[in-house]
Write a protein that binds this ligand. Structure first.
Ligand SMILES: [Zn+2]
Length: 178
């Protein structure tokens, strides 16, 4: 693409057409970069809208608005805390969505299967795992409520999941009834 063609593309992207045709104000931009910026802005805006809809994010999404902030830059403000670890990111998503191999989730689809914690006489729920299960280490009491009110819930959740490598994994799912 030569310089003249680029300028024509830029004019097309930056200036609304009028009855006298596009007006060029001397602004020099990279047509490709501008188009990419517009697409990224549109996608990010749509993500933000979808992240507000229970029909899109589920009805059990961990209620901290910071976890709904999305970005195309390195996965956003909290996904960056997980580096390149796919298993950790998967457990993060399971915890936030409450869509995990735990008794609470299983009871919705397999009500006749075991839903009791493997270490406590309690139903294995997200709240139980984060707040009171004897099997896991947690930095403070009422950890779920702490996450809900935290300004950095992703980092704190990452720390918990790193300290408890089987939390919200299939390894810790309630054992089958014998
Ligand atoms: Zn337990």
């Amino acid at each position: 693409m030569n310089g003249r063609t680029c300028r024509q593309v830029d004019v097309k992207l930056t200036e609304p057409e009028s009855s006298t045709g596009p007006q060029y104000r001397g602004e020099v931009v990279d047509g490709h970069a501008y188009a990419r910026q517009r697409v990224t802005g549109g996608v990010t805006k749509e993500w933000h809208l979808l992240a507000q809809l229970p029909s899109h994010i589920g009805h059990s999404f961990l209620p901290n608005s910071r976890l709904r902030k999305v970005s195309h830059i390195k996965g956003g403000p909290f996904l960056a805390a997980f580096g390149d670890s796919s298993p950790l990111a998967a457990r993060l998503a399971r915890t936030i969505l409450n869509h995990a191999p735990i008794g609470e989730f299983r009871s919705r689809f397999f009500p006749h299967e075991n839903i009791t914690c493997n270490w406590c006489p309690a139903r294995q729920t997200r709240r139980h795992i984060l707040n009171s299960c004897t099997h896991y280490n947690r930095p403070r009491e009422r950890f779920l409520e702490f996450l809900i009110n935290s300004s950095e819930p992703g980092a704190h959740l990452a720390s918990f999941l790193t300290d408890n490598m089987t939390a919200f994994s299939f390894t810790d799912a309630p054992a089958p009834r014998i």
